[in-house]
Ligand binder design. Structure first.
Ligand SMILES: Cc1cc2nc3c(=O)[nH]c(=O)nc-3n(C[C@H](O)[C@H](O)[C@H](O)COP(=O)(O)OP(=O)(O)OC[C@H]3O[C@@H](n4cnc5c(N)ncnc54)[C@H](O)[C@@H]3O)c2cc1C
Length: 449
């Protein structure tokens, strides 16, 4: 009988697995190598988190994440609400979510959480998990939930090979806070996101407590946009984007810290073979990472924790059956999003390269306005949603991971898309603002200044 479980890693996956399993009667020991969050929410921005450096980058919380939080961890959602944070849209800092999960864990008697402790190795005997090795000893347990993230120190010995595909994106982001008295501009709490065929991507992500992040993304080889890493050049670029104006006009917001960059990100997929030790249960980024701009990671992490707790709902569960169930979950619910991310990355890279490559043709080159045909199906359907609400709804369900990635490839969608494209529209679906040329001009002007 399974009674004691170690959870290695206290990010979104580990904290939610610990909570859900403890509430089903299991005794949980959670080890997290970073320190705990501050008690008060207003200190969360300075929480030192080297184990999850992505915490400083903007996070969206998609429909799947919000659905699972509402249905599986309603107390965490309620706690966020009492702090004025409504995840009805997507807006919240990532650190804030972890802070709220920690509060729930601290209140849970069946979870013992040890901060500043590193998991080293899963102790296996005769093909079954017997313990988790940490510095200075072994915690004896029946199962180990590996939630240590993409660089898991446990997975190499327990799981299969890693498949990897570079996402082909470099991003720059900066956190801001609206000054006191400035009203929250629309479309709070929804983000503003542009990608598609513009040669670059970007967005404005709204968070809790009047904070928001502006992000730009470029091709790795695009040196012209590399200057976005400088605070001054980044500010110049923000002024070239009309959609950002209501948030940044006349100093209505102040930056919190400098520009943060991210490069070299890869989509990763780790196979969980049937030969894995019985009781070794990887979830979250250990299994799969997908390119960050679509914001899928926390949803897939929470989905893994939720599935694991469903499989372990019966106290007399066989760990062999749980392992098989988690393999099926990985194959059916997670892998399709990995494949989709690899496909979307390739499509986006091709489309951005076509635009950036056209820049030599002059300021009004065709590259400034890529044809709709350059866009991937999901981007096209999302844009066509402005003309056909049914397409908008279908695109939103898919973007929010509430349906299978193939859900848009249906006769109904293609029919509606054809109707929109053949309709009365005089402009292309994608009318980039700013164009690639306008953005690079803004950066060049800053250089001169
Ligand atoms: C730049 C960027 C932007 C992103 N944006 C979004 C977004 O908008 N929306 C979204 O949903 N997702 C986003 N993601 C993905 C998201 O951050 C991850 O998918 C999510 O954090 C996965 O959670 P996790 O708990 O599996 O892993 P992590 O959050 O990486 O947590 C792993 C934890 O394990 C700990 N740990 C590591 N090793 C050990 C050890 N040996 N012993 C003990 N503890 C250990 C770490 O300190 C950490 O706390 C983004 C990722 C990046 C890189």
């Amino acid at each position: 009988m399974v009674t004691r479980i170690a959870v290695a890693g206290g990010g979104i996956a580990g904290l939610s697995a610990a909570l859900l399993l403890a509430r089903q009667g299991y005794e949980i020991v959670l080890v997290e190598r970073d320190g705990p969050p501050p008690e008060r929410l207003d200190g969360v921005q300075n929480w030192h988190r080297p184990g999850a450096p992505q915490i400083r980058h903007p996070h969206m919380f998609l429909g799947l994440f919000r659905h699972l939080l509402r249905t599986r961890l309603p107390d965490v959602q309620a706690d966020l609400l009492t702090h004025g944070i409504d995840l009805a849209g997507t807006g919240c800092r990532r650190a804030t979510i972890e802070w709220a999960l920690h509060r729930a864990v601290w209140a849970q008697d069946a979870v013992r959480i040890h901060h500043g402790v590193s998991a080293r190795e899963v102790v296996v005997d005769a093909g079954r998990v017997r313990g988790l090795r940490i510095d200075g000893g072994v915690i004896e347990v029946d199962a180990v939930v590996d939630a240590t993230g993409r660089y898991s120190p446990l997975a190499d010995a327990c799981a299969g090979e890693v498949e990897e595909s570079p996402s082909g994106i470099v991003s720059y982001s900066r956190l801001y806070r609206l000054r006191n008295g400035v009203p929250q501009p629309a479309p709070f709490p929804d983000p503003i996101i542009f990608a598609g065929g513009m040669g670059f991507g970007g967005g404005l992500y709204t968070h809790d407590n009047r904070t928001f992040t502006v992000l730009f993304a470029r091709l790795p080889e695009d040196d012209l946009l590399g200057r976005l890493r400088e605070d001054g050049a980044f500010e110049a670029a923000t002024r070239a984007v009309p959609q950002f104006e209501p948030w940044l006009r006349d100093g209505s917001a102040e930056p919190v810290g400098s520009v943060v960059s991210m490069a070299g990100f890869s989509n990763t997929w780790r196979e969980l073979p049937p030969s894995a030790p019985v009781g070794y249960l990887p979830i979250g980024d250990v299994l799969c990472t997908t390119y960050p701009i679509m914001g899928r990671g926390t949803s897939l992490a929470l989905a893994g924790a939720a599935r694991l707790s469903e499989l372990m709902a019966d106290g007399n569960v066989e760990l062999e059956a749980v392992g098989a169930g988690m393999r099926a979950h990985a194959r059916d619910d997670v892998r399709p999003w990995y494949d989709d991310a690899v496909h979307e990355d390739a499509e986006r890279t091709r489309s951005w390269r076509a635009t950036v490559g056209a820049r030599a043709d002059g300021p009004e080159s065709p590259g400034a306005h890529r044809a709709d045909g350059e866009l991937s199906l999901v981007v096209l359907v999302a844009l066509a949603g402005r003309h056909d609400p049914r397409l908008g709804e279908l695109a939103q369900r898919r973007i929010n991971l509430l349906v299978h990635p193939d859900s848009l490839d249906t006769p109904e969608v293609h029919e509606r898309l054809r109707a929109v494209l053949a309709g009365e529209r005089r402009t292309p679906l994608l009318s980039p603002e700013p164009t690639y040329q306008e953005l690079t001009r803004a950066l060049a002007a800053h250089r001169i200044g």
